[in-house]
Design a protein around this ligand. Structure first.
Ligand code: DAH
Length: 338
């Protein structure tokens, strides 16, 4: 019996050495150690071995099983290493990795996120509305008369349906008041469109940030304090801010806001950054009509609104001379903001 065990063991070991791949190796394992394997068959012969020899035969069986198992494992490791090596033929794994080009956040996005961040900390919530608007939300409800130049076909993109690409984000003021009730404090960053000739300060698609605050007893000092604080956080503490009387159809009184800034390479000067004003009662009246209730009754609520051009703010912030740089996707320009 001992000889038989040795025979099986030696056969198994040379079969293992001869295998070329792990499928063959598995076949050898099954043929020797499997349920019907040769060593398994010998083990079941143990019951017929005389008691006196049981110890020695048992030991021989165990030794054979162990030697075969170790040989199987070693061969499997060899085969794996050979496969790994074959996979690497022609590849030099010690070469340094190719550098991945890292992108950068676009300056307009940087500016918008900063502006939105400041206003959100002040308690304004994000709002939005459609870019394809109707005349009611873009003009009529904002107290803009039918003959106002902004409504001209030459200045505004109209669709055959009579809809239009919104010329400003002020339409979101009306949309927000239609769907919620005061107190209301919203900001709406978004795209606006005008049929402007494209040059160093004009694009036909550009971005604005609109704001609206409506409550009881909102006053002009609230407007001034809020926007001064906002602009000083954006452009630096101590930045001088002035409110210059102006006209907008949807606010009364209305102002343009200037900040005194030193654009890189230029002498300090007043630069216009935003329009604003106290919401005109006619706007509240139009909202009441559209809602069919009086929750925005101009005898009860007041509010302020403001709007600013985001490209313009970015240009001021970084001394960008030509607005077209913001849409040309020239990496030499964009890389500077990485
Ligand atoms: N909608 C104006 C524009 O596009 C900007 C503006 C001015 C918005 C005054 C306002 C505002 O909310 O109160 O030029």
């Amino acid at each position: 019996m001992k000889d038989q065990i040795l025979l099986v063991q030696n056969e198994a070991l040379s079969a293992i050495t001869a295998t070329q791949d792990s499928r063959q190796l598995e076949e050898v394992r099954v043929a020797v150690l499997g349920k019907k394997g040769s060593l398994t068959a010998l083990s079941s012969g143990m019951k017929d071995v005389p008691a006196a020899e049981k110890g020695a035969i048992g030991q021989a069986l165990n030794a054979a099983r162990q030697a075969i198992t170790e040989a199987l494992e070693a061969k499997q490791a060899d085969l794996q290493e050979m496969a790994d090596r074959a996979a690497l033929v022609g590849i030099d794994p010690t070469l340094p990795a190719r550098a991945l080009a890292a992108g950068a956040i676009h300056p307009l996005t940087l500016l918008r996120e900063r502006a939105v961040g400041i206003l959100r900390r002040m308690g304004f919530a994000l709002a939005d509305g459609p870019e394809i608007e109707d005349e009611f939300h873009c003009f009529d409800a904002l107290n803009t008369p039918a003959d106002h130049p902004a409504r001209n076909e030459k200045d505004t993109f109209y669709f055959d349906s009579g809809k239009l690409l919104r010329t400003h984000t002020s339409s979101v003021q009306v949309r927000s008041m239609e769907r919620s009730t005061p107190p209301l404090r919203i900001i709406a960053p978004g795209t606006a469109y005008r049929r402007d000739e494209i040059d160093s300060t004009h694009l036909s698609a550009f971005h604005q940030l609109e704001g609206l605050y409506v409550d009881r007893d909102v006053s002009l000092p609230d407007l001034k304090g809020t926007l001064e604080a906002f602009l000083q956080e954006l452009f630096g503490a101590g930045t001088a801010v002035r409110f210059r009387p102006h006209f907008f159809p949807f606010t009364e009184p209305s102002f343009e806001i200037d900040v005194k800034l030193e654009v890189k390479g230029q002498a300090p000067r007043w630069i216009e950054v935003a329009g604003c004003g106290m919401v005109d009662p006619a706007v509240f009246e139009a909202v009441c009509q559209s809602r069919g209730d009086r929750v925005f009754d101009p005898d009860v609520v007041t509010g302020f609104a403001f709007g600013m051009g985001l490209e313009r703010l970015a240009m001021i912030q970084w001394g960008i001379r030509d607005i077209r740089l913001l849409i040309e996707n020239d990496v030499r320009f964009l890389r500077q903001f990485a």
